[in-house]
Write a protein that binds this ligand. Structure first.
Ligand SMILES: Nc1ncnc2c1ncn2[C@@H]1O[C@H](COP(=O)(O)OP(=O)(O)OP(=O)(O)O)[C@@H](O)[C@H]1O
Length: 172
């Protein structure tokens, strides 16, 4: 979002219109692209969207503001879902990791996975991403730090032979 800085105010108290116009001609104008204000504006916009009176915003408010517990699909036909079958058969996962991914795959709204440092969260997410790709889902990977996203992408890249071609192109 660009903004303009001026060393003087546009309307100087007591100044005549003519001198004001001359002042403006003598001003040096700079246009800055302000990335920080841009991202604040997006955050403010998203916050406002959250409080609109419509069904989608009301549903989001229940989860984000009222902290409604996540819901999971218990009647899922495991045998008919290749993503779930894949997670059951994946030998590199331990039981906790497998359960965490099954929660992700059966979540109706969201799932939160908590783990102490080094307990295998990143590895779990690699297999979760692979399972979600099998379903043709769109995936947004994001994190507080760039290095966490890099770690995840490097682990995904190591599995590249079994990922679909479009993802392989993104990673290489
Ligand atoms: N099921 C598993 N069996 C054996 N080793 C595993 C398993 N899951 C993860 N690891 C290994 O444990 C180590 C830590 O895993 P990972 O980086 O996924 O943990 P993390 O919770 O994301 O760590 P951090 O909190 O530091 O980011 C890695 O060396 C990984 O290869």
């Amino acid at each position: 979002m660009p903004w303009v800085s001026l060393s003087k105010r546009l309307r100087l108290p007591g100044s005549s219109r003519t001198s004001q116009a001359q002042d403006l001609h003598q001003q040096l104008w700079r246009i800055h692209k302000d990335e920080f204000m841009g991202s604040i504006a997006i955050m403010r916009y998203n916050l406002i969207q959250l409080f609109l009176q419509n069904e989608q915003s009301s549903h989001l408010r229940k989860m984000i503001v009222d902290l409604e517990v996540p819901r999971f699909d218990s009647g899922c036909q495991f045998s008919q879902d290749p993503a779930i079958s894949y997670i059951w058969s994946e030998k590199n996962l331990n039981d906790d990791q497998r359960r965490a991914i099954l929660k992700i795959l059966t979540a109706k709204d969201y799932a939160l996975i908590l783990g102490m440092p080094g307990t295998g969260k990143t590895s779990t997410m690699v297999y979760a991403v692979k399972a979600l790709l099998m379903r043709g889902s769109s995936i947004l990977l994001t994190s507080y730090t760039n290095s966490a996203v890099d770690n995840l992408l490097l682990k995904l890249k190591a599995q590249v032979s079994i990922l679909d071609a479009s993802i392989r192109n993104l990673l290489l």
